[in-house]
Design a protein around this ligand. Structure first.
Ligand SMILES: *Cc1c(COP(=O)(O)O)cnc(C)c1O
Length: 395
């Protein structure tokens, strides 16, 4: 048995995206900036990919910039917002406590440069409200950045409402939509989004490529200087095979979005139901406004890392939080932000499904996880104290 249930960390490339990339590498190796025929053929492919991505986001092609992925798009968007604000003497930036590190670490850097960073709290399900954003907006607010959907607990934020509030107050609004793109409907115009980050490898495209949507009229700051690629906003010869693969994967994901979501939601809810039977367990994130493939639970008295290792030995590949925090001993900042105590946040398990998973795999997971949790609890001194009543159950 080999079950890949870590699709929030990355996904398997789709066959169509892979084929499009290979075709591009074999027959379209010209540089899109070259004036000869091979170059122009490559340039046409680039135009087509940009048009396709734009259309599926409700944007114009000249509002799409290709980048190396979600992290770069997040960096460029935040630095752009900060630079534009600074020009007008605005140095207040609003975001949330549950953002990805690509956002949080960039904000930390901006803080050192003199910006005032206000990270909003989220409620126990991971929501930030449009009212909370509105209450935080000041005269000197340069930028609001709120993620579309959380990569750990799957909570989907009220992005259209937050966008409306920001637009009403004339404040720039960026959203990290890396977990949402290809999985949830996005319309940048209708949702009043000024800048949006996405990454191909989260929707069955290749790794190392992404896009930044930046609304017309917003002066984008460069991270990389050099040639005039991406209308002068992102130098470097375009990674055409990856861009073509991303566009193909995005077209596929968007075309199948509703059927995929239905299938994943049903497997997700069965998994939540099955694992909730484990005593002293809790579901993290909202039950309904949740990414279709995301399950995140905590089990009291165990270490997430031990659980992951034993699951892996049983053929189940999962995660204990974000791929970036696994490997460190600190509990996830997201789980702490929703109010979980340290010791509970350590016992977390994230299972993220894709359309490659099957109901049979879900049943196997529902059978295996309780066995392993029981085994680990039997060896756990913490669980022993809980059982003897020397320590109080928190969940
Ligand atoms: C994966 C992820 C990123 C980073 O994207 P990369 O393409 O890996 O750089 C950023 N934000 C969120 C929410 C993510 O899930």
């Amino acid at each position: 048995m080999h079950i890949y249930a870590d699709n929030a960390a990355t996904t398997k490339i789709s066959k169509a995206a892979r084929d499009a990339m290979i075709e591009c590498m074999d027959s379209c190796y010209g540089n899109p900036s070259s004036l000869h025929s091979d170059g122009q053929l490559a340039a046409e492919k680039l135009v087509a990919a940009r048009e396709s991505m734009a259309k599926l986001l409700g944007a114009n092609p000249n509002e799409i910039y290709f980048t190396s992925g979600g992290s770069e798009s997040d960096n460029q968007a935040l630095i752009t917002g900060a630079n534009l604000g600074a020009k007008k003497g605005k140095k207040h930036i609003i975001s949330t406590k549950i953002e990805h590190h690509a956002v949080l670490h960039t904000l930390n850097k901006l803080k050192k440069q003199g910006f005032e960073i206000e990270l909003l709290d989220v409620d126990k399900n991971g929501f930030v409200t449009a009212d909370a954003v509105e209450a935080a907006i000041r005269e000197d607010t340069a930028l609001v950045s709120v993620m579309f959907a959380n990569n750990e607990i799957g909570t989907i934020e009220p992005i259209a409402e937050i966008g409306a509030v920001c637009r009403r107050h004339g404040v720039l609004f960026h959203t990290d939509a890396v977990q949402a793109a290809g999985h949830l409907h996005i319309d940048v115009a209708a949702m009043n989004i000024d800048m949006l980050s996405l990454s191909a490898h989260k929707f069955h495209g290749p790794k190392g490529v992404g896009a930044l949507y930046c609304r017309k009229g917003i002066f984008l700051s460069n991270l990389i200087e050099g040639g005039a690629q991406e209308r002068g906003k992102r130098a470097g010869t375009e990674n055409l095979p990856a861009i073509v693969g991303m566009a193909k994967a995005f077209e596929e994901a968007c075309a199948n979005m509703d059927t995929t979501a239905k299938k994943l939601t049903s497997m997700r809810d069965r998994l939540i139901e099955g694992l909730s039977a484990i005593p002293h367990s809790v579901l993290n994130g909202d039950k309904v406004a949740r990414l279709p493939g995301n399950v995140n639970m905590c089990f009291e008295g165990i270490e997430g890392e031990s659980l992951l290792l034993l699951l892996d030995m049983n053929g189940i590949e999962a995660s204990s939080g974000s791929a970036c925090t696994s490997g460190s001993l600190d509990p996830s900042h997201v789980l702490l932000a929703i109010g979980l105590p340290h010791e509970v946040a350590h016992g977390s398990l994230r299972l993220t499904l894709s359309e490659e998973n099957t109901p049979e795999e879900v049943e196997y997971i529902i059978k295996k996880v309780p066995e392993i949790v029981g085994y680990l609890r039997n060896m756990s001194p913490v669980w022993d104290e809980l059982e003897k009543g020397e320590r109080k159950h928190v969940i």
